[in-house]
Design a protein around this ligand. Structure first.
Ligand SMILES: Cc1cc2nc3c(=O)[nH]c(=O)nc-3n(C[C@H](O)[C@H](O)[C@H](O)COP(=O)(O)OP(=O)(O)OC[C@H]3O[C@@H](n4cnc5c(N)ncnc54)[C@H](O)[C@@H]3O)c2cc1C
Ligand SMILES: NC(=O)c1ccc[n+]([C@@H]2O[C@H](COP(=O)([O-])OP(=O)(O)OC[C@H]3O[C@@H](n4cnc5c(N)ncnc54)[C@H](O)[C@@H]3O)[C@@H](O)[C@H]2O)c1
Length: 457
């Protein structure tokens, strides 16, 4: 049985751990799917390449209010799809080739691995190996809800929808979180008739209530948004799929050519049989880790979607850096920093957030103040004729420190960055607003004005 100094399970953020400083270590990398993991192959990167294209396709419709007549003549789905994946697929293959054939100290095993015990792993390739140290970076996979007959109708998840042969005329999306909101924007901008089915009365309900409410209002004008609906049964039709729903109008059905299930992602700890290694998991299947990313077995670390409460690439990357440091410096371990984890929804409009929502601030019983600023009341907002976007800030009235920041509107994912910086480095709202120039008349004036609007002494 071959023995390794280090085994890494999963080639998403886990693949970034081996470094020159580990050149003397024998390392095994285990992967059951495509090298590079979710973000590169079926997640952040292709989705944002589709989102940017969708933004272009939708732009002419928005130009009308500026006095410009423009029209999107055609959306060439096969060309768009192939442009995106002809860029991504070689990167995945190049990464695999580099690790498999060009790293003298790395051995790649391509199979579905599982633990035999705390030091022994069946690689799923017919070979079982042992290791001194192990990194569990096996990510998550789409959750499929229990809808009767769904298995007979066929459906897509984010793993498959981006590789459709052709653009459908209509698409039903079950779910109302990140993936639903981003793909609804992509497909509707490409001319597809989109229906979004949500269990609750709001889309993106993890966001601050005012933000989620505004997003839901806007979404209703663009998509067929069905709120407070339970999907009870799926049925195959001659042209696609029919879903049976229960909701405020009683029983009803919706039909479309294609169906996307976007109801969350579950950690892959079950595939790994982590219990065989004595690794504890949370009730939702996430591997338990401490602040050093150590599992309940001190020689096994975990990172990213399989253990984190934030299923975000920047978090997985941060944790991978922490794990790499701790593997190389066992006597000077560092902690992960999860204080201010930002996230953005790349829909239309975009949403970006960091820190507490107002509901969370209220529930925690702390004292807080809020302030908002509309894009419509800053000069660049006039230029864009934006009427729906705004920033909302939550701050501690005693110290002026920001507790949360939420933006809905153009370029929200970029405009929020100085607020993330202020929170991370402890810069108070007043100093931030008054201690620097803000380029006039640029979009960050939204942030400057929101800061100045906070009722602080
Ligand atoms: C559609 C979509 C869009 C997204 N967009 C964004 C975004 O814009 N911004 C953002 O921050 N995040 C985004 N995310 C989330 C982000 O992709 C993930 O948080 C991140 O990729 C997780 O990285 P990871 O290394 O933990 O896992 P992964 O990248 O999933 O890597 C885990 C790897 O482990 C392998 N594996 C699993 N089980 C086994 C096993 N038993 N044996 C061997 N190998 C195994 C898998 O095949 C996979 O390659 C998106 C996700 C999706 C699905
Ligand atoms: N821009 C980004 O950073 C980005 C983009 C896409 C995905 N992601 C990550 O991937 C994760 C997964 O995305 P997602 O959109 O699948 O999850 P999500 O957690 O954002 O949303 C899941 C949605 O499905 C609904 N839902 C759950 N079970 C259901 C059921 N049985 N029937 C109907 N609806 C149900 C939930 O109410 C929720 O609206 C996200 O949590 C996020 O961390 C990030």
């Amino acid at each position: 049985m071959r023995h390794f100094d280090l085994v890494i399970i999963g080639t998403g953020s886990g693949n970034s751990i081996p470094t020159d400083a580990m050149a003397g270590w024998q390392i095994a990398i285990l992967e059951k799917g495509t090298f590079g993991g979710t973000c590169l192959n079926v997640g952040c990167i292709p989705t944002k390449m589709f989102v940017h294209t969708a933004d272009q396709a939708a732009a002419p419709a928005n130009a009308k209010k500026l006095g410009v007549d423009a029209h999107t003549d055609a959306v060439h789905w096969p060309e768009i799809r192939d442009r995106i994946f002809n860029r991504i697929d070689p990167i995945a293959e190049g990464g695999r080739n580099w690790r498999a054939n060009e790293n003298a100290n790395v051995t790649v095993y391509e199979g579905t691995a599982h633990f035999i015990d705390a030091h022994t792993i069946d690689t799923g390739t017919g070979e079982t190996i042992t290791a001194d140290r192990i990194v569990v970076a096996a990510g998550s996979r789409p959750t499929v809800p229990d809808i009767a007959d769904l298995d007979t109708t066929g459906f897509h998840t984010s793993d498959t929808i981006m590789r459709l042969d052709e653009l459908p005329e209509s698409l039903i999306i079950v779910g109302s979180g990140f993936i639903a909101s981003e793909f609804a924007h992509v497909f509707s901008s490409f001319g597809v008739e989109v229906t979004v089915i949500a269990r609750s009365n709001l889309l993106l309900r993890h966001e601050d209530l005012e933000i989620a409410t505004r997003f839901t209002e806007i979404a209703k004008q663009k998509w067929n948004v069905l709120l407070n609906r339970k999907t009870t049964r799926a049925e195959k039709t001659a042209t696609g799929v029919k879903l049976h729903l229960e909701g405020p109008n009683g029983e009803e059905t919706v039909e479309a050519q294609q169906l996307l299930i976007a109801t969350g992602r579950q950690p892959n700890s079950d595939l790994l049989q982590t219990h065989n290694a004595g690794i504890d998991t949370h009730e939702d299947g996430r591997v338990k880790v401490d602040e050093f990313q150590k599992t309940t077995q001190p020689h096994i670390y975990a990172l990213g979607d399989i253990s984190s409460e934030h299923q975000l690439k920047h978090v997985a990357n941060h944790e991978a850096k922490v794990v790499r440091h701790n593997l190389l410096n066992p006597d000077e371990q560092i902690k992960s920093d999860h204080r201010f984890v930002p996230a953005a929804v790349f829909s239309s409009p975009q949403i970006a957030s960091v820190g507490l929502t107002e509901e969370q601030a209220k529930a925690s019983g702390i004292r807080y103040v809020t302030a908002s600023q509309a894009y419509a009341s800053i000069a660049y907002g006039w230029a864009m004729e934006d009427t729906t976007g705004f920033a909302k800030l939550i701050a501690d009235p005693a110290t002026g420190q920001l507790l949360g920041a939420h933006i809905i509107g153009p370029q929200a994912s970029t405009v929020i960055q100085p607020l993330i910086q202020a929170m991370s480095f402890g810069l108070d709202a007043k100093s931030m607003a008054q201690g620097q120039y803000w380029i006039h008349p640029a979009m960050p004036e939204l942030v400057e004005n929101a800061l100045l609007n906070l009722p602080l002494d």
